[in-house]
Design a protein around this ligand. Structure first.
Ligand code: FE
Length: 356
């Protein structure tokens, strides 16, 4: 199985990618709207097929990426029936199974933070995804969205603490950078409802938290009640359209060597190698101009802000960093030539000044 824990720093949300390595089928738990481009890049680089996204509940602190991922990758949208959300393909109830290849997640209803909260348990009970029910040494809040501390206490004890002691627990958020816990640890050390603490202790604790109103709630809840569909979306920068670009999980815009060969004169080609490499046996791209990576930030004034820039180097590494340097300097239409001169030559494309 492939497993990745992804983080959205804006909302401190964890998104989880689980995939069956045999079939390549994948699910995403709690995708974040602003991270859809990143998540899609990872899924593509790992050659996975996203079969569905599952939201553990209607979030109040970020907009789900479910609708946007359905739009981009064709994944089904799943959320609990009790969430009240519209626009999903699948409405989950306690005991339902979400399969991906030969693996699966089982739904356990764990209300309390919201009435529609679910925990997702991996088939072998080695991992569970607790959403905003049980957090690491904490719990989700219970003071809005139909929250109920009594229900939460019972859900945690009956549906989560009943899993094996060693079962790893992955929450939807952590605000201190903690990443994972286990059933055994939380049973002993959770300061709100672990150890000998009883339901009345927990309710007393939860009714006196005094938390501020979540910043994004007025945007996030209406958007999430439609699974993040277009009508309620926050603004997001559109994908660049000056060339057919792809976005890597490393965060770099890349373009295909073929497109570049056919459009050499439409762009500025900046070769960021050292002078001896530029004049060396690998040769260089037609129209390429030499500005070594080390000099680039000091020489951006020489570049035309209006024409897109493609960066190139020996193997595509330094030129990826060059796109970062140029973006920082305010150039928006910048892309890397992945694989650099090595791939360009291996594909038999036009080269100048090369040793034969
Ligand atoms: Fe929440």
């Amino acid at each position: 199985m492939i497993f990745r824990q992804l983080f959205d720093p804006q909302s401190s949300t964890y998104t989880y990618l689980l995939a069956d390595s045999e079939s390549g089928e994948a699910v995403l738990v709690d995708p974040v709207f602003e991270q859809v481009r990143r998540d899609a890049a990872l899924i593509e680089e790992l050659h996975l097929r996203l079969v569905c996204t599952i939201d553990t509940h209607v979030h109040a602190d970020h907009v789900t990426g479910a609708w946007m991922l359905n739009h981009r990758l064709g994944s089904q949208i799943a959320i609990s029936a009790a969430s009240g959300a519209k626009g999903a393909h699948r409405y989950l109830a306690d005991g339902d199974i979400c399969g991906f290849g030969s693996r699966s997640l089982t739904v356990r209803a764990t209300p309390g933070h919201t009435n529609g909260c679910i925990t997702l348990v991996l088939d072998d009970e080695s991992m569970a995804f607790t959403g905003d029910c049980l957090l690491i040494r904490g719990t989700g809040r219970t003071d809005f969205q139909g929250g109920d501390p009594h229900a939460m206490f019972r859900a945690v004890h009956e549906r989560i603490f009943s899993l094996p002691e060693t079962c790893l627990l992955f929450p939807a958020h952590d605000y201190r950078g903690l990443t994972v816990t286990s059933v055994g640890e939380e049973r002993r050390f959770n300061p709100r409802l672990g150890g000998e603490l009883c339901e009345a202790d927990f309710v007393g604790y939860m009714t006196n938290l005094g938390l501020p109103h979540p910043r994004q709630i007025d945007v996030a809840v209406p958007a999430n009640l439609t699974c993040g569909s277009a009508a309620n979306l926050p603004a997001q920068a559109a994908d660049p359209d000056w060339a057919p670009l792809s976005y890597s999980f490393a965060g770099i815009w890349e373009l295909s060597p073929q497109w570049l060969e056919e459009n050499l004169r439409a762009v500025q080609i900046i070769d960021v190698r050292e002078p001896d490499e530029f004049d060396g046996p690998l040769g260089r791209l037609p129209q390429a101009r030499l500005i070594s990576l080390g000099e680039l930030s000091g020489r951006t004034g020489e570049l035309d802000k209006e024409r897109p820039i493609v960066t190139v180097c020996r193997a595509g590494g330094r030129s990826a960093q060059a796109t970062v340097v140029l973006r920082r300097a305010g150039f928006e239409n910048v892309a890397n030539l992945p694989g650099g001169m090595l791939r360009w030559r291996a594909e038999g494309r036009a080269v100048e000044n090369a040793a034969m």
